[in-house]
Structure formats: C-alpha cells, structure tokens
Ligand binder design. Structure first.
Ligand code: PLP
Length: 345
C-alpha cells in the first residue's frame, strides 16, 4: 500500500473572511427545501438504518432525468460512484484511456485497483479529439466539461466516439455539465456501453452532503451494485437521501442558481481578458486562465496574501502557468478582479 499515490483534495482552510475559489463549490446555499427536508429527518428514525437501495432517491433522479429507477446508481459523492465504476467496469487486460490533463483522481483509482491506463494528450488548445481514442482499449473515461480545463466536448462528438467504441465502457463524468453543457444521458438508451456520472456537489450546492449518481442501462447499473454491495450496503445515510430527494424536486432553485453562476462567469471572463489573461472557453463553474507575464504559482501565492484562494496545479508541466478559479458570487469575483488589478499594476 506504500506504493499508492493518493488524491490530494483542494484545501479547506479554517480561516474567516476567505474568498474561497479553489474547490469549485457553489457560492449559493442549497435549496431551502433541502434544508427543510434535513430538519425533518433529524428524528427518532435515525436509530434505524437507511434504505440500502435509496429507492425513493433513485425514483426522484429518474424523474429528474426522464429515465427508469433501474438505470440509476447512487453513491457517497460521485467520487465513490467513479471508484465503483473503475472496479466494476474498467478493469480489463487492455489499458483504459483518459486525457493527459483531466481529473487527477482517475490515475489514483487505477493505482488502487491495478488498472493499466494510457493518457491521451489533449490538443494544443486543450481539447479532446475523439479520433485519438479510436484505438483498442479497456474503457474510456473523461470529464465533460473537462477538469481543470473547463472545455466542453459537444454531444455529436461523444456520439461519434460511442459509435466507434462499442466493445468497452465509456464513462462521461458530467460533474460540471449543468453550467453550459448538454448531457450525454440522452444517448444512454442507444448506447449500452455508456455510463454518465453526475454529482450534487456543484450545480446543486450540496458538496457537504456527499451524493453522486450514475445513469446507464440496467446491466451496467447491476455491475455497479454488485461492487457496492460487496463494499458498503449503506453508502447514503438518511440525511443524504432525504436532502437529495428534496433537491431533485426543486427544479426552479437549481435553474436560478446555475444561471446566476453562468452570468457571473461571463462577466468574470470579460474582466480577466481585459486584464490580459488568456481564458479557455468555459462551460463549467470555474475558469482556467493564464497571464503572459506571471507564473501561475506566484500569482496564486500573491492572491493568497490577500485571502483569495485559487487552485494551481504543478503537473502536468503544460498547465503549470494556469490558475483554476471557481466562479463565486459577484462580490467574490469583484474582490478577485480588484486584487488582480493591484497585483498586475
Ligand atoms: C471531474 C470531477 N468529477 C468528480 C468529482 C467529485 O465530486 P463529488 O465526489 O463531490 O461528487 C469532481 C470534484 O471536484 C470533479 O472535478
């Protein structure tokens, strides 16, 4: 086990008055209906185990996306859903494929489960080129929009990939899709090899509740359930199930907050560009930006001196000049822009 290289999550500093733009959380609180449901759940029934199959939640997710409950798998955050997908669906003789710049948990799961992988370079402009994946493989996984680049791969391209890749599972990790992308869930009915993974941590403002889910045809879902029931029968506690059900039923709040985040993003991209940053096109609740005159690490350190925390990745080397900045409230973004103006001048 000493050979394992674990994932390093973004920091959660315990300081007051921080402008925290480093872990892609939603700046707005969850739906008031979620809070109400959680309060109602704080009751005597907590002495009882939760529903091991999260039936009511899977029904609610099914209604939200227009699929059957037997096409839905839920887990303790999408990280757990992804972990089970690696073990249940992506462990084969051939290496699995994912982009060289991508969610840094993927190689960690490969290490944990002994899965061979091959990293496929993104293009010069940090895009996924689906042709590069038309090679024999044990499975394919990528975030869409990609993280940390924020770039979106269009649905017709995903469809083309699925048409060419029918022999192995394709996992599309849509953690950020609600901020401007089109979900591949609509392709699930046509492609039995497709698994689409979602989370309530970003567009639903519930990172603290730890709920994620996957949608695919029943055969893939059954495989995930076999792994889950060999590991932990009760991954979602009573609060997580009750809160997530209420969340799935409040479309209005979901739409309002995600559109607010997208509007702030557009303003922030414009301001950053005016300051001389190159900002990759973003369909997520974060941007990936670099300044021609500054090293990413130095700029992150200077922002930190002003209590503004953003994320910087040292590796791979070609993303070292960039900063990944979460879209906060308008006031947080204004604080960031003002700090950048002061630093750059
Ligand atoms: C691409 C991607 N997938 C999955 C996750 C995991 O999210 P969670 O475990 O909170 O559902 C993250 C979190 O940052 C992410 O960036």
């Amino acid at each position: 086990m000493k050979a394992l290289t674990p994932y390093v999550p973004g920091e959660q500093p315990k300081l007051a008055n921080l402008v925290k733009l480093n872990t892609n959380e939603n700046p707005y609180g969850p739906s008031p209906r979620v809070i109400e449901a959680l309060r109602a759940e704080a009751a005597d029934s907590l002495r009882l185990y939760p529903d091991p199959n999260s039936d009511r939640l899977r029904d609610a997710i099914g209604v939200f996306h227009g699929v059957e409950a037997n096409q839905v798998f839920v887990g303790n955050g999408s990280d757990e859903v992804l972990a089970h997908a690696f073990q249940a669906l992506l462990k084969h003789d051939l290496p699995i494929l994912f982009p060289d710049v991508s969610y840094s948990f993927y190689p960690v799961y490969c290490g944990l489960y002994g899965i061979e992988y091959r990293e496929i370079p993104l293009t010069e402009s940090f895009e996924i080129r689906v042709e590069d994946y038309f090679i024999p493989n044990g499975g394919i996984i990528f975030p869409n929009p990609n993280a940390p680049t924020a770039r979106l791969l269009g649905l017709p391209e995903i469809e083309r990939l699925l048409e060419k890749n029918s022999e192995s599972v394709v996992v599309v990790d849509e953690a950020y899709v609600d901020f401007g992308g089109e979900s591949a869930i609509k392709l699930v009915a046509r492609f039995p090899q497709l698994l689409v993974v979602h989370t309530l941590s970003k567009s639903h403002s519930l990172a603290g509740l730890r709920v994620g889910y996957a949608i695919g045809q029943p055969e893939l879902i059954e495989a995930l359930n076999r792994v889950k029931d060999s590991f932990n029968s009760y991954p979602l506690d009573r609060f997580a199930q009750a809160g997530a059900i209420a969340c799935m039923q409040d479309h209005g709040y979901f739409d309002e907050t995600r559109h607010k985040v997208m509007a702030t993003r557009e303003r922030m991209v414009a301001e950053m560009s005016r300051l001389g940053f190159s900002v990759l096109p973003s369909s997520a609740n974060f941007i990936f930006a670099r300044h021609p005159a500054w090293e990413g690490e130095k700029l992150a350190a200077r922002l930190r001196e002003q209590s503004i925390i953003v994320r910087h990745f040292k590796k791979p080397v070609r993303i070292a000049p960039f900063l990944r900045i979460t879209i906060g409230t308008d006031a947080q973004c204004e604080a960031l822009i003002n700090a950048l103006k002061a630093i750059l001048s």
